[in-house]
Write a protein that binds this ligand. Structure first.
Ligand code: ADP
Ligand code: MG
Length: 243
């Protein structure tokens, strides 16, 4: 599904070069829910932005079902973004002037998809995430949790190969995690999420720990969520101590 091979990325400020990603390697399988954690400055957001095709990388490759992302021309990039990837980021970017139903339909409207199948798809997703009764409400009229579920429904609208999620901190995390689990279990969705929150990460199948621009360790969930969270907290503590 997603393969990141020998990924390097540096930032240039004036004459200074700052290496952020230094040989990142990772794989995410179809239907997997994977989190990336690590100390501040370890390169998590940069990695997410590279995979999201928001910023170019220096070398290495990012393959989505064998198709290289990166160095795509504008047209191909727009296609990958709208058809292959789904995004759920902080503050959820719901449009205030559109209803929940209309917000969920945005990805299909952008592609000029026909109305009937679009409506049916949106109905299915709204049922899955239990937001059917707020279909005609505006973002200002719904709860934080409902906004999160609306954002996840919208991200799934075009059957993306991969959902990318980031900066879902604190309160904004909880309902999103529930929605991601639903998406994984009911729709076989694949989710790649950057988080600071061990509770959120403990719902994942696997957690990649980043440190100093590399994936330092992978932890696969075994046993209960509670046990996994304890392991994560312990590993993060050790990672921070070694900084
Ligand atoms: P994390 O998300 O793990 O905290 P980031 O990927 O945001 O890490 O940042 C990694 C490092 O790269 C940090 O030291 C940060 O200051 C630096 N950095 C991030 N974005 C830029 C940028 N646009 N220009 C220069 N340096 C940056
Ligand atoms: Mg960050």
């Amino acid at each position: 599904m997603l393969h990141v091979n020998h990924l390097y990325k540096s930032y240039h400020t004036g004459s200074a070069t700052y290496e952020v990603l230094k040989d990142v390697n990772l794989t995410v399988e179809k239907g997997e829910f994977v989190a990336v954690m690590g100390p501040s400055g370890s390169g998590k957001t940069t990695l997410l932005n590279c995979i999201s095709c928001f910023i170019p990388h220096d070398s290495g490759e990012i393959l989505l079902n064998g198709t290289p992302l990166g160095n795509l021309d504008e047209a191909r990039l727009a296609q990958v973004r709208s058809k292959k990837l789904g995004f759920v980021f902080q503050d959820f970017c719901l449009l205030d002037g559109l209803t929940v139903f209309e917000n969920i339909c945005i990805p299909k409207i952008i592609l000029h998809s026909p109305y009937k199948p679009m409506e049916a798809k949106a109905q299915n997703l709204m049922e899955l995430f239990d937001i059917t009764d707020i279909a005609d409400k505006y973002p200002a009229e719904i709860s934080g949790g409902q906004k999160q579920r609306t954002a996840v429904a919208r991200a799934l609208m075009n059957h993306p190969d991969l959902i990318l999620a980031g900066n879902l901190v604190g309160r904004s995390g909880a309902a999103v995690i529930g929605a991601f689990r639903e998406a994984k279990e009911k729709l076989d969705a694949t989710i790649f999420m950057v988080t600071h929150d061990s509770f959120s990460a403990s719902h994942c199948d696997r957690v990649l720990l980043m440190r100093d621009g590399q994936v330092q360790k992978e932890l696969k969930r075994q046993g209960s969520r509670r046990e996994f969270m304890d392991i994560l907290l312990d590993e993060l503590k050790q990672l921070n101590e070694r900084m």
